[in-house]
Design a protein around this ligand. Structure first.
Ligand code: FE
Ligand code: CA
Length: 525
């Protein structure tokens, strides 16, 4: 089935890195790599190369990924770079003035990977802040702030993080990230729809460059356009991120090898997916374990913030079966109940279950994409559910919450994006049965910008809550969710921007909900 060639069949040589490090000439704009034939030529670099900023991600207690991508002209193919490898110096310090350097080196930005840099700094102290920057020739990148996680056996008193999703560039400004950068957070989780694939349209807040994206160059340019946003760059420079994707990083509502448009041949679609996945890897602070292999990429992974919280970052797009009922809103009928439907796929599901029973975390967090609460909408007297969300895969959904309950997984919390609206949901094994005990809490975070200015009190809210007793809160404003986690209490603040179509929209905390450790169920703070 998988006939797509592997466009990323490259390997990194440690020796190559060391050679580059010792040969670093401070005054040169560039150190071209790849032998004496190219050493004479000076790659084109008329402009500042760090236009996309810096980022860090996937921290452990001893290390973190430092990221940048050279793109002197972000909206040109290859970011305006010549097809030559470039040595990029990096340094990491214990202070914000970068005086006390504790690690440094030289990484190679290669044309195969869009001149991205993914440094895996290691040997660092647990649970502390670091500052880093890159240098090419005489050009310095902005300084990024990052941190390591506490040691696995540590008992941290507090974690402050935010989760966000859905940042359509045309539909709104990233006002929410401006506030997030002032929140003094340890971590950010991005739950997908980092970019959108559709063509540029007039009459919006901003305009996508080009047509609907399909080629590797298309996806690279789209990321470059998004990453040119100063508020997004500012938040990436403020703390490490754990990222995962949803559908729009490839194609709206795709499922595994099946495109949104059902007439697309799966082999052709997998070529597009390979392009999209490679550009995602290039533009995110991911570890080398996530390097794509053709159309496949390992994105699900876990991280522990000491014993306070264990995070399972899931991928519910790449491994899922096709949406039942042709992806139309449907009752939970035979097609939705089919036990062969899966959002996780058997391998990821087994990995998740093994991780949950081995966890030492007080809080066990699933950072994922689509709504797990079984929320039905009345249409013509019938209760309909989204087949793109967990209700379309309801056998797996019931079994997963039953697993959490039967294995007594401590304090499960589900974090969700995708639907451009805020929700707090009590999760039961079957949410249609309010007489069952609450097992977990789901916090669904709204979009950063997708959908434009939001709605504070949706129409039919009372009816929606009456039909679906799992819902504790719902609105449709733009923003993100800030979480403050201690061994005794989880608090989620729903932070919203009053408008995103003009700069300067006021940002306020619209609602706060808490969960007490050992007592399932969310309550207003
Ligand atoms: Fe979205
Ligand atoms: Ca989505």
């Amino acid at each position: 089935m998988r006939h797509v060639h592997d466009p990323t069949g490259i390997t990194f040589s440690r020796r190559h890195f060391l050679a580059a490090a010792t040969a670093w000439p401070v005054a040169a704009w560039f150190l071209p790599m790849g032998g004496s034939a190219t050493a004479q030529s000076r790659p084109r670099l008329a402009d500042y190369p760090f236009t996309l900023g810096v980022a860090s991600g996937d921290p452990t207690s001893t290390g973190v990924v430092l990221w940048t991508r050279l793109a002197p002209r972000p909206l040109e193919p290859a970011g305006g770079m010549d097809p030559t490898a470039v040595a990029v110096r990096w340094e990491l310090a214990e202070d914000d003035a970068l005086k006390k350097i504790v690690a440094h080196g030289t990484a190679l930005a290669t044309p195969q990977l869009g001149h991205s840099v993914h440094v895996e700094a290691d040997g660092l102290k647990p649970d502390r802040w670091y500052w880093f920057r890159f240098r090419v020739g005489e050009a310095d990148s902005p300084i990024g702030r990052t941190r390591t996680l506490p040691e696995p056996a540590a008992q941290p008193e507090r974690l402050r993080f935010a989760f966000a999703s859905c940042q359509h560039y045309e539909q709104g400004l990233y006002t929410a990230y401006g506030q997030m950068a002032r929140d003094d957070l340890d971590l950010v989780f991005h739950l997908g729809d980092y970019i959108y694939e559709d063509e540029g349209r007039d009459g919006r807040v901003r305009k996508h460059a080009g047509k609907e994206i399909e080629s590797l160059d298309d996806y690279r340019i789209r990321y470059a356009q998004y990453k040119s946003d100063p508020l997004l760059q500012g938040m990436h420079a403020a703390c490490p991120w754990f990222v995962t994707w949803d559908d729009h990083e490839v194609d709206n509502n795709y499922a595994n090898d099946i495109s949104e448009k059902l007439d697309v041949d799966p082999v052709a679609f997998l070529e597009r997916r390979a392009n999209a996945y490679q550009a995602y890897y290039e533009n995110m602070p991911l570890r080398r374990r996530s390097l794509p292999r053709g159309p496949d990429m390992r994105l699900y992974r876990k991280a522990a913030f000491g014993r306070l919280a264990e995070f399972f970052v899931l991928d519910t797009r790449q491994h899922r079966t096709d949406q039942p009922n042709d992806d139309r809103p449907s009752p939970i009928n035979a097609a939705a109940l089919d036990p062969s439907n899966s959002l996780l796929g058997p391998v990821q599901r087994g990995w998740l279950q093994a991780g949950l029973i081995a966890s030492h975390g007080t809080w066990n967090v699933l950072a994922q994409q689509v709504m797990m609460g079984m929320v039905g909408f009345l249409r013509n007297g019938e209760l309909l559910y989204s087949m793109d969300q967990w209700p379309g895969y309801v056998h797996e959904r019931l079994a997963l919450v039953r697993f959490l309950a039967e294995r007594r997984v401590p304090n499960p919390v589900v974090l969700t994006g995708d639907i451009h609206s805020n929700w707090v949901n009590d999760l039961r094994v079957d949410d249609r049965k309010p007489e069952l005990p609450v097992v977990a809490t789901e916090f669904v975070g709204t979009s950063i910008s997708s959908g434009g200015n939001g709605v504070r009190t949706p129409k039919n809210l009372e009816q929606l809550m009456a039909i679906n007793p799992c819902i504790r809160f719902h609105n449709q404003e733009r923003g993100y969710v800030r979480c403050i986690v201690t061994p005794r209490l989880w608090q989620s603040d729903y932070v919203v921007a009053e408008y995103v179509t003009k700069p300067g929209g006021p940002v306020v905390t619209r609602a706060s909900f808490v969960v007490e450790a050992g007592r399932p169920g969310a309550h207003p703070a």
